[in-house]
Design a protein around this ligand. Structure first.
Ligand SMILES: NC(=O)c1ccc[n+]([C@@H]2O[C@H](COP(=O)([O-])OP(=O)(O)OC[C@H]3O[C@@H](n4cnc5c(N)ncnc54)[C@H](OP(=O)(O)O)[C@@H]3O)[C@@H](O)[C@H]2O)c1
Length: 212
């Protein structure tokens, strides 16, 4: 069965965006520092329709995220902040399912991306995404609130954290409000590259036993 995974850049103090995010500052104050490691990578630039870039130890990982994702789930805040920057040919190239309480009509963009607005919760979004992804995996791309809900519901199989050694001091925090010992996180892989440490964790809901 295909996997449900999230991969996200996080500060040492656990934030995926700094304080006061907004249309002009989608990652909040100092939040751009979270993405410095990725925006210069060849694989990331290709996915965003940009030329150039450098290869690093982590380029294969970024290529893998892109190729394994058959559908993507986003929270409405991440969508509203990111969408103006993603333009007519967004970097997803797959169906995207946006969790929201505000119903909107589907939008079809260039390059295979569709925006589908889901108002009946995380399980419904996942069912739609799995259906769209076929044999490929489902990416829960953020933000913090939505990834937290997938963890809380025991629906996430893998969590890849790109840990950037900065303190943001406020903003959107990844594990906010999650009870202790909700899941077992097992370290599956660690890769270091300049300015960031990548930790791949397999996630098992508490009491579910070990999944194969
Ligand atoms: N560091 C990184 O790599 C990274 C990656 C992604 C995002 N981010 C940042 O993360 C921040 C956004 O994260 P966030 O935690 O604030 O918000 P979010 O998870 O993107 O979106 C939360 C919103 O989604 C809707 N929603 C969530 N669950 C729902 C449900 N079950 N049913 C219906 N609607 C639901 C609600 O919006 P409504 O009810 O208002 O519709 C809710 O307010 C942004 O600053 C973004 O730039 C960072």
């Amino acid at each position: 069965m295909s996997k449900v995974f999230a991969q996200i850049s996080m500060s040492l103090d656990g934030y995926v965006a700094g304080p006061n995010d907004g249309p002009e500052n989608p990652l909040g104050e100092n939040g751009e520092s979270l993405h410095e490691w990725i925006v210069g990578l060849d694989s990331w630039r290709r996915a965003h329709g940009l030329e150039g870039g450098e290869e690093s130890a982590v380029s294969p990982l970024v290529d893998e995220y892109i190729s394994r994702s058959g559908a993507t789930i986003l929270g409405r805040r991440m969508f509203d902040l990111g969408e103006p920057h993603w333009g007519d040919d967004p970097p997803y190239h797959t169906p995207v399912f946006i969790l929201t309480h505000r119903k909107r009509p589907q939008q079809t963009k260039l390059g295979g991306t569709t925006y589908n607005f889901i108002t009946d919760g995380v399980s419904a979004a996942l069912a739609r995404a799995r259906d769209a992804a076929g044999d490929r995996d489902v990416s829960v791309a953020g933000g913090a609130n939505v990834i937290g809900q997938f963890i809380a519901a025991g629906l996430l199989d893998e969590l890849d954290l790109h840990i950037v050694p900065i303190l943001l001091g406020g903003g959107a925090r990844l594990f906010d409000g999650l009870p202790a010992m909700l899941n077992t996180f097992e370290q599956a892989e660690v890769i270091t590259s300049p300015g960031v440490t990548h930790v791949r964790l397999s996630v098992t809901p508490a009491g579910a036993g070990v999944r194969s």
